[in-house]
Write a protein that binds this ligand. Structure first.
Ligand SMILES: *Cc1c(COP(=O)(O)O)cnc(C)c1O
Length: 383
């Protein structure tokens, strides 16, 4: 039996063709394709400015730099997220402060943020966790009057909506990932979107060693103008090879989301009457792209999460443990980032698992997953 993976990127002939064109053009580093990808991404996400980066982690770093977050500041973050969300504030000398999440959505709430604000709080990183849109408006209403910058970690969010618009559309700063585990992939890659023209300009320079003249501009002029370096920057560039793939992928986003939601609906229908398995769903304020279709294993189910993972593996189904809890990792245990108990995070991370969901998952494979989930219940019922 062939193994059913939790995720597979959807790449094909169009990406190969786009890559071939870039290679034949002789221009493989950051250049015209990156600029085109940025323009098209900004349009698709209804963002004012988009700055392509090497990945989402570097986009988060740049977001914090341009927002002026630094030494001695606190940045409120969910522990229930990929660890990059928490690590980014440490890159600028700030302290990530962990808060708990809502048990239903897995996202932070305005109440949770409010309870963690101190006079040192300079920013909040909110996450569209697993593609579920975070209640962005409520958190902005809380933070904007206090001068606290709300950065949206939309790594998982491309194709999700919040109140009828793409997630990240109203954000002052949002960071996106094109890792193969997300809906759109460029192998590795990221994007920073912002409503602030000055921040976009600075991020554009900072990702390229803070050079006054971009490498692309120097290459296109015969007599290259002299460049200067006003501050210490980074090399966080995306390549034109990656951007060419990203342009093709972005064009497919509506189709990818439609298919993912269709598969998710299939799981949700199959699990509807099943006690003890609670699947993630759309919140009241938006729609998920189901980047991660997770299921919470409750006490009514005959197996616990670990036993269910093993049982699925025996059926050649490669499910995954749910989203991690950063505060339980050695990097953060005992650190000042952990200020209060995080019971919801600990429960979700211990009791959830992520089911296979990718564009090419066919009905037969999905039925295999569903049968494997239901089999332990049948055993109990029939003694
Ligand atoms: C994947 C992910 C990241 C990191 O993205 P990279 O592109 O791999 O750096 C950050 N935050 C969240 C919530 C993620 O899921």
């Amino acid at each position: 039996m062939t193994r059913i993976n939790v995720m597979k990127p959807w790449l094909g002939a169009d990406e190969i063709h786009a890559l071939t064109e870039v290679i034949e053009s002789g221009w493989v580093a950051q250049g015209p394709r990156v600029a085109q990808f940025e323009r098209e991404f900004a349009v698709a996400m209804q963002a004012d400015h988009a700055v392509a980066t090497s990945n989402c982690t570097t986009a988060l770093h740049l977001a914090l730099v341009v927002a002026g977050v630094g030494d001695g500041n606190e940045v409120i973050v969910p522990s229930f997220s990929f660890i990059a969300t928490a690590n980014a504030p440490t890159y600028v000398g700030a302290l990530p402060v962990f808060i708990d999440v809502d048990p239903v959505t897995g996202c932070v709430t305005a109440e949770g943020v409010a309870a963690a604000i101190t006079h040192r709080t300079r920013a909040v990183i909110i996450v569209d966790q697993g593609g579920v849109p975070v209640d962005f408006g409520a958190i902005r209403t809380l933070c904007d009057p206090l001068g606290i910058v709300v950065i949206e970690d939309a790594a998982c969010g491309a194709g999700s909506t919040y109140r009828g618009r793409p997630v990240g559309a109203g954000a002052v700063l949002a960071a996106w990932s094109f890792h193969p585990r997300k809906l759109l992939t460029t192998g590795e890659g990221g994007m920073l979107t912002t409503s602030n023209a000055g921040w976009a300009e600075r991020a554009r320079r900072l990702r390229e060693h803070a050079m006054s003249v971009s490498a692309a501009d120097r290459q296109t002029s015969i007599l290259a103008p002299p460049e200067s370096y006003a501050e210490i920057g980074f090399n966080y560039r995306m390549t034109d090879l990656q951007a060419a793939v990203g342009i093709v992928q972005l064009g497919r986003l509506p189709e990818i989301v439609r298919r993912r939601r269709e598969i998710a609906a299939g799981y949700t229908a199959a699990l509807a009457g099943v006690g003890g398995l609670r699947p993630v769903g759309d919140p009241g304020w938006g729609t998920s792209n189901f980047q991660s279709y997770w299921v919470e294993v409750g006490v009514d189910y005959p197996l616990n999460r670990e036993a269910l993972l093993l049982h699925l593996a025996e059926a050649s189904v490669s499910a995954r443990r749910g989203i991690m809890a950063a505060h339980l990792q050695p990097a953060y245990v005992g650190s000042p980032s952990v200020r209060s108990p995080l019971p919801v995070t600990e429960s979700l991370t211990a009791n959830t698992l992520i089911l296979p969901l990718y564009h090419q998952l066919d009905a037969a494979d999905q039925a295999t997953v569903i049968d494997a989930l239901l089999a332990p219940l049948a055993v109990v019922r029939h003694g």
